[in-house]
Design a protein around this ligand. Structure first.
Ligand SMILES: N[C@@H](CCC(=O)N[C@@H](CS)C(=O)NCC(=O)O)C(=O)O
Length: 220
C-alpha cells in the first residue's frame, strides 16, 4: 500500500473517535481531521459507512471502520516508535483481549446508559440501564485487582488496550462513578488522563461538554 496521508472522520467528543486519535497522536502520524461537526465532512462520512458509526479512516483506496481496526491499520501502514500492538504474538493476544474487555464491558454499558437518556421518557429501558450499571460495576470490580502493580492495562507498555481504556473509563466515571474502593482503577484513569496523547484528545473535546446528556461534571 502506498504511503498516504490518512483522513479520519471523527468527532472530538466521541469516545471511539478519541480511541483512534490517541493512536494517531502517540506516533504523531500526519492526518486530515474530518470533524463531523462540519456538514461536508458529515456528508462524506455518511456515504462511506451505512452503519453510521464513527470513527472511519480513509487511507488511499482503503476505508477502515471500527476504532480497533483503525489502530491495527495504523500499526501496519504508519508504524512509529510507540508499538501499540506488540510484535510478540502471545503478548499481542493479551493486548487484544483487554481491548475487547474495554469495548464490550466498559464502553457498551456506558453508552447504553447515555443513549437511554437521549430517548423520550416513554421509550426508556429502565431494566436495560440497571443491567448496564451492574455490568460497569462488575467491570470495575474485575479491573481493580488486574491493575494492582501494573502501569498500563497489559503491563509496562502503553498499548491498544490503553487507547480503549482511556476514553471509556473517562466517560464511564462520569456515567457511573468509580467508587473510592477501586483505588487502582481510579489511579489508572488518572494516569491515562496525564498521558499527553489522551490529554490532547480531552482538551480538544472540552467545547462539546454541554453535549453530555447526563451533565458533565466540573472536573477532569
Ligand atoms: N464498534 C464501533 C463503535 C463506534 C461507535 O459506537 N461510535 C459512536 C460514537 S462514540 C457512534 O458512532 N455513535 C453514533 C450513533 O450511535 O448513531 C467502533 O469500535 O468504532
Amino acid at each position: 500500500m502506498p504511503a498516504t496521508r490518512p483522513r479520519l472522520y471523527a468527532h472530538p467528543f466521541s469516545s471511539y473517535s478519541q480511541k483512534a486519535l490517541i493512536a494517531l497522536y502517540e506516533n504523531q502520524i500526519p492526518f486530515d481531521y474530518r470533524n463531523l461537526e462540519d456538514a461536508l465532512a458529515s456528508a462524506e462520512w455518511s456515504a462511506l459507512w451505512p452503519m453510521r458509526r464513527f470513527p472511519v479512516l480513509v487511507d488511499g483506496a482503503r476505508t477502515v471502520f471500527e476504532a480497533t481496526s483503525i489502530i491495527e491499520h495504523l500499526d501496519v501502514h504508519h508504524p512509529g516508535p510507540v508499538k501499540l500492538i506488540p510484535e510478540d504474538r502471545d503478548a499481542a493476544l493479551e493486548v487484544r483481549m483487554l481491548d475487547r474487555f474495554f469495548d464490550n464491558y466498559v464502553s457498551t454499558p456506558q453508552q447504553k446508559v447515555v443513549l437511554d437518556r437521549l430517548r423520550p421518557e416513554a421509550d426508556r429501558d429502565a431494566r436495560g440501564v440497571e443491567d448496564a450499571r451492574a455490568m460497569l460495576e462488575t467491570a470495575y470490580d474485575w479491573l481493580e485487582p488486574h491493575m494492582a502493580g501494573r502501569e498500563w492495562a497489559a503491563g509496562s507498555a502503553f498499548s491498544l488496550a490503553d487507547c480503549a481504556a482511556a476514553p471509556f473509563l473517562f466517560y464511564a466515571d462520569w456515567t457511573h462513578p468509580i467508587d473510592e474502593r477501586y483505588a487502582h482503577v481510579r489511579a489508572y484513569r488518572e494516569r491515562l488522563l496525564a498521558r499527553p496523547s489522551f490529554k490532547r484528545a480531552v482538551d480538544e473535546a472540552r467545547p462539546y461538554r454541554p453535549y453530555f446528556p447526563l451533565g458533565a461534571p466540573d472536573r477532569d
